[in-house]
Design a protein around this ligand. Structure first.
Ligand SMILES: Cc1cc2nc3c(=O)[nH]c(=O)nc-3n(C[C@H](O)[C@H](O)[C@H](O)COP(=O)(O)O)c2cc1C
Length: 244
């Protein structure tokens, strides 16, 4: 099996990158390749629509080579951090460019796919969205994991006096929706009594980075989805052998 991992994270110390790589290695696949979109040039779709005839995007950038790898792959592991309630622009551009592969021949049909979305609060909605989008491209989406990563607020150094903080903006008190922030970040910070949403965020930050790969339950989810990918691939191969 050839597994292609694609990350939309632009940072070096990235939970997304490490989780994508962990899932790839848990497949045990003989062919594995990891691509970090921020290291190459893949711009957004410009809706020329010439691809509707050719299944080829005519924008000259690194998608030409990346799409060859995507087409060769048996399985894709796609990972992105959550930015503004969506995937990063890197991942969004990649997904838009896959538009060129669908017309008439639906070239991604049947490829296996697993999705990892890292965020602090709204990652579940992005994981759901990406799962639906990739299924619409014809891939068999085996699962979309939403995983809590590191809050930017943990490292910025203004924990006690910022007008905008994640723990206020996405809190149940502000949005009416419980996104699990309190529970997830309790070991990393303590909201202080002087906290006033949108006026003065006030919290004692105890740890500057959350490394999701150190969390056993997270790694169990990641590894079991990777193993499912291998099982599915092997089942298919056996099916093909029987048919032949
Ligand atoms: C520009 C920007 C916007 C962000 N917007 C959101 C958001 O809307 N929802 C969310 O849950 N997290 C948001 N985050 C937090 C990141 O998703 C979070 O820090 C994540 O752990 C980063 O993943 P990484 O470690 O793989 O880079 C944002 C971060 C940045 C830098």
């Amino acid at each position: 099996m050839y597994v292609l991992g694609i990350s939309g994270s632009p940072t070096d110390r990235s939970n997304t990158d490490r989780l994508v790589q962990a899932m790839m290695s848990s497949t045990g696949a003989e062919g594995q390749e990891f691509v970090k979109l921020s290291d190459i040039q893949v711009g957004p779709c410009r809706a020329h629509l010439k691809c509707t005839e050719t299944n080829r995007c005519d924008i000259e950038d690194d998608f030409q080579e990346l799409s060859r790898k995507v087409l060769q792959a048996d399985a894709l592991v796609l990972g992105t951090p959550t930015f503004y309630n969506g995937p990063t622009s890197f991942m969004r551009a990649f997904i838009e460019r896959c538009y060129s592969l669908r017309h008439q021949r639906l070239l991604l049909r049947g490829k296996l796919c697993a999705i990892i979305v890292v965020g602090t609060s709204t990652e579940q909605a992005v994981a759901d969205w990406m799962g639906k989008v990739m299924a619409a491209e014809g891939l068999e989406v085996l699962g979309s994991l939403a995983i809590k990563g590191s809050m930017c607020c943990m490292s910025c150094g203004h924990g006690k006096d910022c007008a905008y903080t994640i723990w206020n903006t996405y809190s149940k008190e502000m949005t009416g929706v419980d996104r699990g922030i309190k529970e997830a970040y309790l070991p990393y910070m303590e909201v202080l009594p002087g906290n006033i949403p949108y006026q003065k965020g006030s919290a004692e930050i105890k740890v500057s980075y959350r490394d999701a790969t150190k969390e056993r339950p997270v790694m169990q989810r990641v590894e079991s989805l990777g193993k499912l990918m291998t099982t599915k691939h092997d089942e298919r191969r056996k099916g093909l052998v029987r048919i032949g």
